[in-house]
Write a protein that binds this ligand. Sequence first.
Ligand code: NI
Length: 408
Amino acid sequence: MSLEKEIKEMVKDVTQWRRDLHENPETAFEEFRTADIVAEKLKEWGIETHQNIGRTGVVGVLKGRKNTSGKTIGLRADMDALNIDENNKFSHVSKTCGKMHACGHDGHTAMLLGAAKYLAQNPDFDGTVNFIFQPAEEGGGGADVMIKDKLFEKFPCDEVYALHNWPDMKVGEIGVAGGPVTASSDRFKITIKGKGGHAAFPHKHIDSIAIGSTISLALHAVVSSNTNPLDGALVSVTKFHGGVSTNAMPEVVELEGTVRCFNPETRLALEEQIQKVAQGIALGYGAVAEVEYTRNYPSVVNTEDKVEFIKKVAAKTVGEKNVLNFRPTMGSEDFAFMLQKKPGVYIALGQADADHNEGLHSPRYDFNDAVIPHGIKYWVTLAKEALPLNAKAPAQSPKKQKKPAASA
Ligand code: NI
């Protein structure tokens, strides 16, 4: 039976698994039910299964019909939901108030399970596939937690791959690009300590509200003044807290925000400049600014020399004309931690159609089940292409032929 036909026969089951996960969303490091379901299914198909890798992470290890290549690839799906109250009407709507699969990780998990089932039944590859089901992608850095729990020592991988459903692309399209495709994501908190007092006597106080406002405006100029315009960067103040009454100046004001960019040097420059701007402005007004800067996720940087391979896999999955350029996004993704350790590629899998226009993290987001066959086919094709059964042994370098001695 052809791969397409076999996948078509699985889609009903995979859709049901996906909808069950959707109904029962679990957030960062609390994916207990989800992890148990994943582990149960992997075991049912005879896949060697390991739980509690990076707290709630699961890894399935599947050896191919042959293992002469000695090569192993890691395929990653994220399992966690978000703290969002779902605003959908369909029957498989979240049963947990305030939690929702609003990023489609239910779909990612179900599709990788579908591929695992197919490959367990058709292990037509030479090498090993590690199915990596990670917790806490949404801010908890689950990929990093798995790595720190010795993911790659326990389950060595030569290459790692991941996908994300993409509402900006149509179903049946795949986005691929080399280099950075998601931004690094950091956060800052600036605490401005002025001198509070009666609002009628500003000359006796240090106005932390005015200082906070000045710092906020100045931070907007940090990107335009301190980074290469071609690099792409963003500094946004997203919280501003201070004051409780109209006739008293607060002593303390707090600003918080996000910093996103693609280039590690830009990341460092922004961190330094935010400190300088905040502290310099506060000092100028006689106040003090304390800056806490937290590095969160790095940028996902796809390995350039794996991109052509992935374009070939994508073309076999959806046809060459449907393989598009993946335009980098200011969103972030913790698969970045895995790509810092191993070569690999993160792709965008189109999910939009007339009924699926909501963006990720919207309370009306709806994972498009029409994506499922594409996702399974992509993973299966990737495994078979990365670990071909009939790979020729690497060619020996031809022996240098002696040149005939030049005649005297
Ligand atoms: Ni996501």
